[in-house]
Design a protein around this ligand. Structure first.
Ligand code: ADP
Length: 334
């Protein structure tokens, strides 16, 4: 499953660090977000004050961490990185907040997964640059207010809707990151090839981009697999055919579907005539947990218009039959 997963795994973080754009200018795509952010940053620089807190929402691998690093670089301030799950107790957050330097950018990834007490501490910190440290327990407990340096919070979440309203409302700017167009992914691939010292012809870039699920992280990963394949099987020369052969070998098809995605569609079409069929029945037929099918495979199939979730169950669309090279039964869409 690794190949088209949008999450970074293991060593991948190191490789990714080398491929990250450092300045806003180098950041490809997301034109609207880039322009909005550029305004926010420039006006902050002009006023010589930290900008409003920024919330970035969007799927994994679209560049949220990269943008938070760019924000710090453009402002010329240090960056602290943490994540919601790491902030289990309010004390975890207090330790970070109380050691921030003036103007520092604090990036909290998966901010929707922060524990409640930490979240409440964050409200006050975002608004008044202050935290209340509670000393003692029970009726004798007292809150000691502690000033913290003005900072900029950059929060990242997979869906802005997951955030409690009081937290969401404290961000001055919400950047909605969309999946990338094929042309933008081609630019990402060309840029990465330059950095990796690879020659990537235009049609090969197009071939890889088309299979990358609108996600730069996946595009970069597929590029590395194509490079490996080219080195071993094609004397290091990447062509469109080499790229296609490599990705076919890794079972990433022309639309970016992997083995699990194709298994789900295959079972839905061949065994259940295109549905409707319930999630658990479908999962058993594929030999996976229902949650895996629902969380890992379905969102992309739905996004590609290949599968619909209906009250009566999962249904394949006409496009699914075409994509899998199968003929629907005569009454399928009547
Ligand atoms: P997220 O934090 O949203 O999961 P990251 O910022 O870690 O995503 O990005 C994943 C990888 O994709 C990084 O290696 C980064 O270099 C690359 N990437 C993401 N967005 C862009 C972009 N707009 N231009 C070039 N590379 C990008």
């Amino acid at each position: 499953r690794d190949l088209v997963s949008a999450e970074a795994e293991g060593d991948e973080r190191l490789i990714e660090a080398a491929l990250r754009p450092k300045r806003l200018e180098e950041f490809i795509g997301q034109a609207r977000v880039r322009e909005q952010l550029s305004l926010v940053l420039h006006s902050a620089l002009r006023r010589n004050r930290p900008p409003d807190h920024v919330l970035m929402s969007g799927s994994p691998g679209l560049g949220k961490t990269t943008l938070s690093m760019i924000i710090a670089t453009e402002l010329g301030v240090p960056l602290r990185i943490t994540s919601g799950p790491a902030l289990e107790r309010a004390g975890d957050l207090a330790a970070i907040l109380s050691t921030l330097s003036e103007g520092e950018v604090l990036f909290i990834d998966e901010i929707h997964r922060m524990a409640r007490p930490a979240e409440e501490m964050l409200y006050l910190a975002m608004e008044d640059f202050r935290v209340d440290i509670v000393v003692g327990k029970g009726p004798g407990a007292t809150a000691i207010p502690l000033e913290i340096a003005p900072f900029t919070l950059v929060g990242a979440t997979t869906r802005a809707g997951l955030l409690p309203a009081p937290l969401r409302d404290r961000f001055g700017f919400v950047a909605h990151m969309d999946f990338y167009e094929a042309g933008e992914l081609e630019q990402v691939l060309h840029r990465s090839s330059r950095l990796l010292g690879l020659e990537l012809p235009g049609d090969a870039a197009r071939e890889i981009a088309g299979r990358s699920r609108g996600t730069p992280r996946i595009a970069n990963r597929l590029l590395r697999r194509v490079r490996d394949f080219a080195e071993v099987r094609a004397e290091g020369v990447i062509t469109k055919e080499v790229a296609a052969a490599a990705l076919n070998l890794y079972e990433v098809d022309a639309q970016g579907l992997d083995r699990l995605d194709r298994a789900v569609l295959g079972v839905l079409l061949r065994r259940f005539g295109g549905g409707p069929v319930g999630l658990s029945t479908l999962a058993v037929a594929v030999g996976e947990e229902p949650e895996t099918v629902e969380v890992v495979a379905e969102p992309f199939l739905v996004r590609q218009g290949l599968l619909a979730r209906t009250p009566r169950g999962r249904v394949a669309t006409a496009a699914a039959w075409i994509h899998m090279g199968l003929t629907p039964p005569p009454d399928a869409f009547g």
